[in-house]
Write a protein of this length. Structure first.
Length: 300
């Protein structure tokens, strides 16, 4: 069996960022509107700090305004809601990102519902969740779609062209990734099956997949012999595992060294889906700024 072609998310994300940067420059030149992204981080989770820092850095690199709000882990839900209300009204802010997970006892659903759906660049507001859940086959994505799922679908379309009629198996049913990925693949005319931790025989299900998207958060769960020869495999997992000598390593939800001899196309970890998330956030922020200018969503 030939080696899988690696899907280079790092390169695709760089090209998407460049196209978004061009879109930002054109929008600002023609309307005077500079897209603005507000990020909110509550608490000091180290991984979240890294993500949020990279989001505001990339926004600035692409010519956007970036407004960073850092709140202590003890912040009351009411204070967080007040900040969101202020950002909803601020005309310089086109996108609001509340980094998840939020510390307890804040109720995440309350917070996500408070963000203006037209500034919801994460696509987590129930209005946008519902729009994606009820979208017709091939209908335009003229509302914000969650960034990681959008990145997965862009990589698949770029790699395979038409996805129509293919059997897509999504492993994981989270509201952040699994469910929205499944909706995007349905929109692209795939036959979609969602598997999860309670599915009876995950390995057998995976073997039926022409497209396999794995977002279950279990290091190297999917083995080489779970994969149909030639399938396109998108590994959304980012798991840090101990190596035993005090060092750690990042691995996906797919056993990469096994999968690369069976799959037709495969995303590496890191360098696959990960870089697409931030690039798609910038894409969503540009689109919301265009909406404010009365312009339609534009493919970039
Ligand atoms: N935490 C992990 N992934 C995400 C994401 O895509 N958006 C936000 N806001 N928080 C996250």
């Amino acid at each position: 069996m030939a080696e899988a072609a690696l899907i280079d998310g790092k390169a695709f994300a760089a090209s998407l960022r460049e196209r978004v940067g061009t879109g930002v420059a054109e929008l600002t030149a023609s309307t005077g509107i500079r897209p603005g992204l507000a990020t909110i981080l509550v608490g000091d989770d180290p991984a979240s700090q890294v993500y949020v820092r990279s989001k505001s850095r990339v926004a600035a690199e692409l010519g956007m305004a970036s407004f960073d709000h850092r709140l202590p882990g003890t912040t009351a839900e009411s204070a967080l809601l007040q900040l969101i209300t202020r950002l909803n009204k601020d005309p310089a802010v086109h996108g609001i990102l509340v980094q998840l997970p939020l510390p307890k006892p804040i109720v995440t659903a309350d917070i996500l519902r408070a963000v203006d759906p037209d500034k919801d660049v994460d696509g987590f507001h129930p209005m946008n969740v519902g729009r994606l859940g009820s979208i017709a086959s091939g209908a335009p994505l003229d509302f914000p779609v969650p960034c990681t799922p959008l990145g997965c679908s862009m990589l698949l379309a770029d790699t395979l062209g038409s996805l129509s009629g293919r059997h897509a198996v999504v492993i994981g049913r989270s509201t952040l990734v699994g469910r929205p990925v499944a909706q995007l693949l349905l929109r692209a005319d795939c036959t979609v099956t969602i598997g999860h931790s309670r599915t009876r025989d995950l390995a057998a299900l995976c073997r039926t997949a022409d497209i396999l998207v794995v977002a279950i958060g279990k290091p190297e769960l999917v083995r080489g012999d779970w994969i149909k020869p030639g399938a396109a495999v998108i590994d959304v997992g980012i798991n840090r595992v101990a190596l035993g000598d005090g060092k750690t390593r990042l691995v996906g939800d797919v056993a990469f060294e096994e999968a690369r001899h069976i799959a037709g196309h495969l995303t590496p970890v890191p360098g696959g889906v990960g870089p697409m998330t931030v690039a798609c956030l910038m894409y969503n922020t540009l689109q919301e700024a265009r909406r404010r200018a009365g312009l339609p969503f534009a493919a970039v």
